[in-house]
Write a protein that binds this ligand. Structure first.
Ligand SMILES: O=C(O)C(=O)C[C@]1(C(=O)O)C=C[C@@H](O)C=C1
Length: 253
């Protein structure tokens, strides 16, 4: 699927890119809810599972990415693989749309950081301890979450591109000076970040309700809304900004 906002560079506005980010919030919240249906299921992550050379999770991710690569998933710049080594080429014809992004985008993949925070910090906050034996479903649900989060974070390319195009006079001096801090300040909008955190918290509260015919459910959410707010505040938005800075640093190459 092509990026919602990338079919034509004239269509690329900050409002449109932000709308795409808002739509992706729904996907992320629903996928977390889906993963929360299973307990942690730690054998999924054992270094060696049955006859596989690594964990069951690694096997599912690598095999899924190989198939998705053949059908063109990674032809979209915001879709980045977690195991980019030795991926088979796409078998589908390339899209006719002219590229919107600077080619530097292709060299920015921060999935290692995403993998690390997802498994080491986030998952224990929303999956209950325990083992119900559903390891294959657990692994594919983890991959669904990882891909939605990764796509959202790498969408930073488009945010950065549109900000640069809107005000090259502001960005060019910081890019020429390779001034990371200066770029970070230019692209940060604290009021927007506060709004995002509040909105995703509310989405988690609304989407995560038990819907009953006789009353309004038990009031308990399937994923703690404050965890979703933390996910955005501590990881998703800082990493989206990191992608923006990395992209802008290379924007004049
Ligand atoms: O909306 C923007 O301007 C963005 O850069 C996106 C985003 C985000 O990740 O949601 C990141 C940095 C800004 O401080 C605000 C929000």
């Amino acid at each position: 699927m092509a990026a919602e906002a990338n079919s034509n560079s004239d269509n690329l506005t900050l409002d449109k890119v932000r709308e795409a980010l808002i739509r992706q919030e729904d996907t992320i919240v629903f996928r977390l809810i889906q993963r929360a249906n299973f307990p942690v299921n730690s054998p999924t992550y054992d270094e060696k599972f049955a006859s596989f050379s690594g964990s069951l999770l690694q096997f599912v991710v690598k095999e899924t990415e190989a198939l998705q690569s053949k059908v063109g998933r990674y032809e979209n710049p915001e879709e980045q693989p977690f195991f980019p080594e030795n991926l088979p080429p796409s078998l589908v014809p390339p899209q006719a749309n002219p590229p919107v992004l600077h080619p530097a985008a292709a060299s920015i993949n921060i999935n290692e950081k995403i993998w690390d925070f997802y498994f080491n910090q986030l998952l224990p906050l929303f999956a209950v301890p325990g083992d119900d034996g559903n390891y294959a479903s657990t692994a594919s649900s983890d991959l669904d979450c990882l891909q939605a989060i990764s796509r959202r974070i790498h969408y930073g390319y488009y945010v950065a591109e549109v900000k640069f195009k809107d005000a090259p006079q502001d960005y060019e001096p910081a890019i020429r000076a390779q001034d990371r801090e200066g770029l970070m300040k230019l692209l940060t909008f604290e009021a927007v970040e506060e709004m995002v955190k509040k909105r995703v918290e509310k989405k988690a509260a609304v989407f995560g309700q038990d819907v009953c015919l006789v009353d309004n459910g038990n009031g308990k959410c399937k994923v703690d809304p404050s965890v979703v707010s933390r996910l955005y505040g501590e990881w998703i938005m800082p990493l989206t900004k990191l992608v923006q800075v990395e992209y802008l640093l290379r924007r004049l190459d």
